[in-house]
Design a protein around this ligand. Sequence first.
Ligand code: ADP
Length: 169
Amino acid sequence: MPDEQRFAIYPGTFDPITLGHLDIIQRATPLFDKVFVTLALNSDKSPLFSTDERLQMIRESVKGIDCVEVTHFDGLIVQYAQDVGAKAIVRGLRAVSDFEYEFQIALMNRKLWQGIDTVFLMPDVKYTYLSSSIVREIARHGGNVDCFVAPDVAAKLKEKFQLPKGIEG
Ligand code: ADP
C-alpha cells in the first residue's frame, strides 16, 4: 500500500502576511507533503485588506516555496481539514501569551474531530515580536515596514495609507 500523503493546514487572517508567517510556512513545508496556507474568513474581524488582496499578497509571498497551496475557507477548520484530507493544523507560537488561546482552540478542534492534531512551530527569535496588527499600526503612521513584510506587501500597505492627493500639506 502506498504511504498516505501528509497534508497540513496553516490557517490565519493574514492581514497582511508577514515575514513571521513566512518563517512558519518555511518550517512547516519540510514536515509535510503539502501545506495549505488558508485564509480563514472570520466574520468577527474587520480586516484592513479584502479577501482578494490578502490572497494575492499570500500568493506573491510564498512564490518559490515548494508544496504550498494557497486557499481560503469560511466555516469550521476541522471540516475544512477533512475536506482537503489534512490531519494537522499548523500554528505559530511567538510567546507564552499566544499559548493559552492556541491551546484552547487546539483541544476544541480535537474534540470536534479526533483525527486532527495541532502542530506548534516557533519562529526565528527575530520574529517573535512581530504581528500583522503591529505592522498595520506602523504603516498607518508612515513608518517603514520593509524588514517585517515582503516588498509587495510593503507597497500595498503604503498604497492603503497614502493620503489622497492634495492633502499632503
Ligand atoms: P489568526 O487571526 O488566526 O491569529 P494570524 O494571521 O494573526 O491569524 O496568525 C496566524 C497564525 O500565525 C497564528 O498561529 C499566529 O500565532 C501565527 N503568527 C502570526 N505572526 C507570527 C510570527 N511573527 N511568528 C510566528 N507565528 C506567527
